[in-house]
Design a protein around this ligand. Structure first.
Ligand code: FMN
Length: 147
């Protein structure tokens, strides 16, 4: 199975990950510097850039950035153009594809779709073969405080 790391501030993303039943590492503010041993997918909520320091610390630790193969973004569509902004910004900043976008803790369909994506990647499919979300059109900026 391809590994998963996730970050969650108010618990929605964590709830989603638990619903999938997939094994995952939780990135925490107390201990963001955890080394991923192999390729992994990041599941992240979206907030203003300054709220994502722990995520940036995690990504900058050892080879975590290099081992990241795909991003799943969580957010709230009421944010319109800023929907899933963290996932989108990380995708262009690190040149890693977004595999899926969802709201809050996800629907049953989201759970099913993400399980399928993880299974397909684990069976050796390429991230290129995963259908990309429609919301990727338009202008996307880089994560402003990425260091
Ligand atoms: C202060 C604040 C800012 C947010 N900014 C965004 C945003 O820019 N884009 C977005 O899609 N969702 C935004 N959200 C919604 C969260 O990303 C969404 O509720 C997510 O499911 C929260 O995940 P978490 O509970 O794992 O932290 C914001 C929520 C809060 C409270």
């Amino acid at each position: 199975m391809v590994a998963i790391a996730f970050y969650s501030i108010t618990g929605q993303t964590k709830k989603f990950v638990l619903k999938t039943g997939l094994e995952a590492h939780e990135i925490t503010d107390d201990f963001p510097k955890h080394e991923m041993k192999g390729e992994y997918i990041l599941i992240t909520p979206s907030y203003q850039d300054f709220m994502m320091d722990s995520l940036v610390d995690f990504l900058n630790y050892k080879d975590n950035k290099k081992k990241l193969v795909g991003i799943i973004g969580c957010g709230n569509r009421n944010f319109n153009d800023l929907f899933a902004q963290t996932a989108k910004k990380l995708s262009v900043t690190l040149d890693v594809p977004i595999l899926y976008l969802l709201e809050f803790s996800g629907t049953n369909t989201d759970v099913k779709n993400v399980r399928n994506i993880v299974n397909e990647l684990s069976e050796g499919e390429n991230t290129e073969e995963v259908e990309k979300p429609k919301e990727m059109d338009g202008k996307i900026s880089f994560l402003s405080d990425y260091r």
